[in-house]
Design a protein around this ligand. Structure first.
Ligand code: SF4
Length: 484
């Protein structure tokens, strides 16, 4: 539509708009020809404006995108990194676009684009210890003012202790447990937002080394769900070693979904999942047969009627075992499975292709069970690339972080990626938690200090996209990626 024609005869335009019987989007051409008053007029008549962005240098393009997002204007963007077609740039849409921009800048070492993105994100300033800037729309308090599309998720990292030292584990393990006050505060901020559904997750280290704390927090969360009327899902990620009949019954009783780590038959699982050779006092020494411990836990959970999902982790050197590992797990009566490719290490093209071929074998072998719903393959729902997942985590020292930041800890150990402290937050909705935020923090914390980390991150992003592409090619349109 011609902006000049609308502005020349506003009355005619308003009269025309009254006759529209369905939502209308008006494409207005180049953004430089569209005055703000026209955008206001179009919103006033209930239509959605869309503009074209072409030929703007990065230092003008990035702020223009942010401004248009605030004005609820859709964009048709001509840039080498932009997806094709019209983009709805609500908070999450803007996060997606800026993620693509940052990925392009990282891949091609596009300094002008990086500088433009850096100028509009708060992470660099936060990491340098400077105060936050509430006027910066990409600061950490980027409020999700439009309807949030994802269920807010908070992972409670209860302890940095674990009985195992798995070969592919990238989390730094040491002797530290979280404080109850911080965890109770974490529950409050999780329930404080506008979202009608929330999810709490337990992770570690091994969360069941703190079984009493798990019980207390689950009971408190269920109480908050009753008081607020919110839908609550609870997930416990465990190696299974500390599962007993009482814990299994508790999980069933409180509808805690257990994500149990088991990589396949004994020879595969025991190769990767190894006992800690020198456990601290108070941490039980694990037996070398970690498969035996995990399958015992599985039986107890199944007997109690608890919901169980098995996570199989695969590393590049063991990728050829993936399909057999999954077949073994299904043979144990498991009905929900997820394959996690190890992150924080380089896969490369050959191993990525081998992983995709294993997915093909899984579809070939279990296609019927997948299509009749008797087996839930969580990878079909998962948001890829998993590296930049937006789940937040409450650390043992009370900081709020993106859950996946810990994947690179072993490369640069230390507490260097917190984005807030739980005691400072009113609600998770006040934290900018898009995929752009997650990736921006990873780059600022790790890539900018070592180009090898940049390469590994770009590699891990490619693995996630290759997985999603291969599954789509084999199975057609996948369910809308959610948070799994
Ligand atoms: S059980 Fe989990 S936290 Fe413990 S070493 Fe293995 S992967 Fe790491």
């Amino acid at each position: 539509m011609d902006p000049a024609a609308i502005l020349a005869d506003r009355r005619r335009f308003v009269a025309l708009a009254r006759r529209w019987t369905a939502p209308v989007r008006l494409q207005l051409g180049d953004v430089r020809a569209v005055p703000p008053s026209l955008l206001r007029l179009i919103h006033k008549v209930g239509a959605r404006p869309a503009v074209e962005l072409r030929g703007l240098p990065p230092d003008r393009l990035v702020p223009t995108l942010i401004e248009l997002s605030g004005r609820r204007v859709d964009v048709l963007l001509h840039a080498p990194w932009a997806p094709t077609g019209l983009q709805v740039i609500d908070d999450h849409g803007l996060g997606e676009l800026l993620f693509h921009a940052l990925r392009h800048a990282e891949t091609h070492q596009d300094r002008a684009l990086r500088a433009a993105l850096d100028a509009h994100r708060g992470y660099r300033r936060i990491l340098a210890g400077a105060p936050r800037d509430p006027g910066d729309p990409l600061d950490l308090r980027w409020d999700l003012t439009h309807a949030p599309i994802e269920t807010p998720r908070l992972t409670f990292l209860l302890t940095r202790n674990c009985q195992l030292r798995c070969s592919y584990c990238t989390v730094q393990l040491w002797d530290e447990d979280g404080a109850l006050d911080d965890q109770l505060r974490g529950l409050q901020v999780l329930f404080a937002g506008r979202a009608q559904a929330v999810r709490m997750q337990f992770y570690g280290g091994e969360p069941l080394l703190q079984a009493d704390r798990v019980r207390l927090l689950v009971e408190r969360a269920r109480e908050l769900a009753r008081q607020t009327g919110k839908e609550l899902s609870i997930v416990l990620i465990t190696n299974g070693l500390a599962v007993d009949a009482e814990i299994a019954r508790f999980c069933w009783l409180h509808d805690v979904e257990v994500l149990l780590s088991l990589d396949g038959p004994a020879q595969i699982t025991n190769r990767w999942r190894r006992p800690h050779a020198r456990p601290l006092a108070g941490i039980p020494r694990a037996d070398a047969d970690t498969w035996g411990a995990a399958t015992r836990a599985l039986r107890l959970l199944q007997q109690a009627g608890a919901r169980v999902q098995v996570i199989l982790t695969v590393a590049p050197s063991g990728v050829g075992d993936t399909a057999d590992g999954l077949a073994h797990v299904l043979g144990l009566g498991v009905r929900a499975v997820q394959i996690c490719y190890a992150m924080g290490l380089r896969w490369g093209e050959a191993a990525t292709e081998a992983l995709c071929d294993q997915l093909d074998r899984i579809v070939d072998r279990h296609g019927e069970a997948l299509s009749d719903g008797s087996v839930t393959w969580v990878n079909l729902w998962r948001s890829e690339p998993l590296l930049i997942d937006t789940a937040l985590q409450l650390e043992t020292d009370g900081r709020i972080c993106f859950m996946n930041q810990c994947i690179f800890e072993r490369h640069r150990p230390g507490r260097n990626y917190g984005i807030a402290h739980v005691r400072e937050l009113q609600s998770l909705q006040r934290v900018g938690a898009t995929r752009f935020h997650s990736y921006a923090l990873l780059t600022a914390t790790y890539s900018d200090h070592d180009p090898r980390h940049r390469e590994i991150m770009l590699d891990n992003l490619r693995v996630g996209e290759a997985v999603r592409t291969r599954l789509t090619e084999r199975l057609g349109v996948l369910p809308t990626a959610g948070e799994a």
